[in-house]
Design a protein around this ligand. Structure first.
Ligand code: AHG
Ligand code: MN
Ligand code: MN
Length: 333
C-alpha cells in the first residue's frame, strides 16, 4: 500500500529518531498546504482573485491570496504549542503564538505562504515554502534575533507546489522525498522517494530581461550557455523561466538545471531579490540534500549569518557542476 506522509515520518523516526514535535509541525504544515491548495484552486468561485490596496513589508502590493494563504498558514500552527513563533514574507515582524501555548513549543517557523503569486491569477504553478529552526532554549516570547540562525541549522525544510498536481517536497536532513496529494483519500502519499539532482545539466533558469543589469560573471556564464555547441561549453542549452521559484526548483529536482536570481545593479541596495529566511535557505537545504549546490556566487547560502527577517540574497542553485562553474567565474572576476 502507498506510504502516507505520516507513515513515512514515523518510519524516519524509528530509523533516525525524528522528534515527535517536529513530525507534528510537519503534519500541521501539510494540512495548511492542503487548505492553501484548495483556496488557490477555488479562488475564482470565492472572490479571492486579484490585488488588495495594501503593501507588505517588501513594498509589494499584496494579492488577496497572499493574505489569505498567510492566515491559513498561521492558523495551522498558532494553537498547537509546538511552535514558539513564526516569520512570514507577509508580516513585518515576528508572529508570536498565544502565551498559553508558546512556552511549550520547541520550534520556529519561517514561511513564504504563496510563492510566485504574480502567477496565481493566470493559472500557472505557485507554491508555499517553509523552514523549521530550533527555538533557543527557554524562549516564550520570540523576537527577530531568535531567528538569526544560519541555514545549516535548519531541522526541516520543504515546499508545496500547486501545479498539475499538489506535491509536498520535504527534507529533515536525511535526503529529499516528494509526496503527491491524493485527492481521493485527502492525504500526501510518497511518490518521489529519494529525489536527487543530476550534477550536470543543459537547462538554465534566469529572468533574462535583467541581463543589462547583471554582474560580469553571470553575464559570462549565460553568454557561454547561449553560444551553445559552437561556444566554450560545447553543447546547446535550453532555457526556462516560470517566475515561481518553487516551480523552478521542483523542475530542477526532477530533471536537473540551474536556477539564478543573481545580484544585479538594480538590486544592489537590497542585496538581491529573494529572501534568505523563507526562500533561499529552505530551498538551499533541499537542493543540497538532493546532491545539488547553492551559492550567492561568493559564499554558500546556508552559511550566511542572517541579519534580518526579510534579508535578501543573490541565489544560484541546482546542478552541482553548473553552480560550481558560476562560482568559479565569480572567483576569476
Ligand atoms: P513571491 O511571489 O513570494 O514574492 O516570490 C516571487 C519570486 C520568486 O518566486 C520568483 O523566482 C521571482 O520572484 C520572480 O521574479 P521576476 O518577476 O523578477 O521574474
Ligand atoms: Mn516567494
Ligand atoms: Mn510570497
Amino acid at each position: 500500500m502507498a506510504k502516507t506522509l505520516l507513515q513515512f515520518l514515523t518510519e524516519e523516526q524509528r530509523k533516525s529518531g525524528l522528534d515527535n514535535g517536529l513530525i507534528q509541525v510537519i503534519g500541521d504544515v501539510a494540512n495548511a498546504c492542503k487548505t492553501i491548495a484548495s483556496a488557490v484552486n477555488r479562488a475564482a468561485f470565492t472572490g479571492s482573485s486579484g490585488y488588495l490596496e495594501s503593501e507588505n513589508v517588501q513594498g509589494e502590493t499584496q494579492k488577496k491570496l497572499d493574505v489569505i494563504t498567510d492566515e491559513i498558514f498561521i492558523g495551522s500552527q498558532n494553537w498547537t504549542g509546538r511552535v514558539v513563533g513564526m516569520a512570514s514574507e507577509e508580516m513585518d515582524d515576528v508572529i508570536p503564538v498565544p502565551q498559553d501555548v508558546a512556552g511549550k513549543g520547541k520550534y520556529l517557523l519561517c514561511f513564504d505562504p504563496l510563492d510566485g503569486s504574480s502567477n496565481v491569477d493566470v493559472n500557472i504553478s505557485v507554491g508555499t515554502i517553509f523552514s523549521v529552526l530550533n527555538a533557543p532554549a527557554g524562549v516564550t516570547t520570540v523576537s527577530a534575533s531568535d531567528f538569526m540562525q544560519k541555514g545549516v541549522t535548519q531541522v526541516a525544510a520543504g515546499y508545496a507546489v500547486y501545479g498539475s498536481s499538489t506535491m509536498l517536497v520535504l527534507t529533515t536532513g536525511n535526503g529529499v522525498n516528494g509526496f503527491t496529494l491524493d485527492t481521493n483519500i485527502g492525504d500526501f502519499v510518497l511518490t518521489h522517494p529519494n529525489m536527487t539532482i543530476p550534477a550536470d545539466t543543459k537547462e538554465f533558469a534566469i529572468n533574462a530581461s535583467n541581463m543589462r543589469f547583471w554582474e560580469a560573471p553571470v553575464k559570462r556564464y549565460i553568454d557561454e550557455c547561449l553560444a551553445g555547441k559552437e561556444g566554450p561549453r560545447g553543447r546547446d542549452f535550453n532555457m526556462r523561466w516560470v517566475a515561481s521559484m518553487v516551480a523552478e526548483i521542483h523542475r530542477i529536482l526532477n530533471r536537473g538545471g540551474i536556477f539564478m536570481y543573481p545580484l544585479d545593479s538594480k538590486l544592489k541596495d537590497k542585496g538581491g531579490k529573494l529572501r534568505l529566511m523563507y526562500e533561499a535557505n529552505p530551498m538551499s537545504f533541499i537542493v543540497e540534500q538532493a546532491g545539488g549546490a547553492s551559492s550567492t556566487g561568493r559564499e554558500r547560502i546556508l552559511e550566511i549569518q542572517p541579519n534580518g527577517l526579510h534579508q535578501r540574497v543573490p541565489v544560484i542553485m541546482g546542478s552541482k557542476n553548473e553552480v560550481e562553474t558560476v562560482v568559479s567565474y565569480h572567483k576569476d572576476a
